[in-house]
Design a binder for this molecule. Structure first.
Ligand code: NZQ
Ligand code: ZN
Length: 391
């Protein structure tokens, strides 16, 4: 078993009507003025924003708002948010939305409490030493940012998408009402389920380090998400399935299913696709995962066999390579069953050779020289994986 640090300071308030507690939750943080940060309008249309403002008013907490966060959130809006918060004397950032809004909130929170350009942290040229408190009202189960130490921002010029991890950005609280996710378009629900699966799978395919308890939690989570994703495909208003997926989303990315291990190549590969083509994160992961898996499988064979048998229900008979291959196929069948892509054309992108070379190089730069642990990837490996997915 690896050594690890497990740190999850986020208070979770889960269930129907949880958002009514927002005023009290912010007040308990001892804060005076809140930035309500949100996306392209779903929280306005559903009436959620008005309910949140009423709850803050009821608790006597002042607020200003800034909407307009887009999927693959942009640095330019982060700068705008920092300026607004400085002018208004904001001391708490309330994210109302999904991973994009929460990540944009975390970036604003870094920018408010550190000198210099906030992009430096995402560019990994220096570390943040402080972060203004952030809270989240989650409206899509996917990224897990509501409990994670991570934030992913895209620089407008050049579409450079980069993540920055630091425990100081973990939200103070996460309000999770599964009913809020019922207005999601099916594509976003399925992409979210894929991202949740991938956050555990990225941690599962690690060549070393036995950890039975973590494997059991991971396998249980994966099976639960696959089962409920298919329920939601047919019955999007199913509260219990929404609730299972929502809680799984947080557990998948708060460190519980990793504890010292992780590969993260699929995420690294997808972040370049997201930066260059602005694809939906979960769908991008599904489109490239099978190619990654086939490329690295023989270097991490025992884990792919375990995955095939314990998660995908492949009979434990025959050569290990055969069992592992059947597991990968079964996972891709699952992606197709929830209308997720398994290659670039299904994702709706057609990168040129030059674009794939650029993405491969940038993926390795972002990884600090290599990427992954199941197989340690270099630029040529990443390029090969993109080429395999490019049909
Ligand atoms: O902007 P609005 O109008 O709210 O629409 C959003 C958006 O178009 C919509 N949506 C959200 N809740 C809704 C809703 N539509 C109807 N009803 C609702 N209740 O869904 C769309 C996607 O939202 P977004 O926040 O982009 O989704 P997600 O949570 O998947 O976040 C994706 C971002 O998170 C990053 C991804 O790379 C991507 O940039 N990630 C962040 C991580 C982290 N911080 O820990 C880890 C992840 O691996 C990931 O990289
Ligand atoms: Zn993800």
């Amino acid at each position: 078993m690896f050594n690890f640090t497990y740190y999850t300071p986020t208070k979770v308030v889960f269930g129907k009507g949880a958002e009514e507690q927002i005023g009290a939750l912010v007040k308990a943080q001892g804060c005076q003025k809140v930035l309500i940060h949100y996306g392209g309008g779903s929280a306005v249309r559903s009436g959620l924003l008005e309910r949140i403002k009423a709850s803050l008013d009821g608790a006597g907490v002042a607020h200003v708002e800034l909407g307009g966060v887009v999927p693959n959130p942009r640095l330019s809006l982060v700068y705008e948010g920092i300026e607004l918060c400085r002018k208004e004397g904001v001391d708490f950032i309330l994210a109302v939305g999904g991973g994009s809004v929460i990540d944009s909130s975390k970036a604003i929170a870094y920018g408010l409490t550190n000198e210099g350009d906030v992009w430096d942290f995402y560019d990994h040229t220096r570390q943040a030493t402080a972060c203004m408190p952030v809270g989240a009202v989650l409206t899509i189960a996917a990224a897990g940012s509501e409990m994670s130490n991570s934030s992913v921002i895209t620089k407008d010029e050049g579409g450079v998408k980069r993540g920055y991890n630091n425990d100081i950005c973990r939200p103070k609280f996460a309000v999770m009402d599964p009913e809020l996710t019922m207005t999601l378009p099916p594509y976003q629900t399925a992409s979210g389920c894929t991202d949740i699966l991938m956050h555990t799978m990225e941690r599962y395919f690690c060549p070393e380090g036995s950890m039975e308890i973590t494997d059991s939690l991971a396998e249980g989570l994966l099976k639960t998400v696959m089962h409920n994703a298919q329920i939601l495909r047919d019955d999007p208003k199913n509260y219990d399935a929404r609730a299972e997926i929502m809680w799984a989303g947080s557990l998948s990315h708060n460190g519980l299913t990793g504890n010292g291990r992780g590969d993260w190549s699929t995420h690294g590969l997808e972040h370049e696709m997201g930066g260059m083509f602005d694809v939906t994160h979960g769908a991008g992961l599904a489109a490239v995962w099978g190619s990654w898996a086939r490329y690295v499988c023989k270097d991490c064979l025992h884990r792919f066999v375990k995955f095939a048998v314990n998660v995908m229900g492949v009979p434990n008979e025959g050569a290990p390579e055969e069992i592992a291959g059947k597991g990968i196929e079964a996972m891709e069948d699952f992606f197709r069953s929830i209308n997720m892509p398994t290659c670039f054309s299904e994702l709706g992108i057609a990168p040129t050779q030059e674009q794939m070379e650029t993405m491969a190089k940038m993926c390795i730069v972002a990884g600090g020289g290599t990427k992954g642990t199941a197989k340690v990837l270099n630029v040529a490996d990443c390029l090969k994986i993109y080429e395999m997915a490019n049909h």
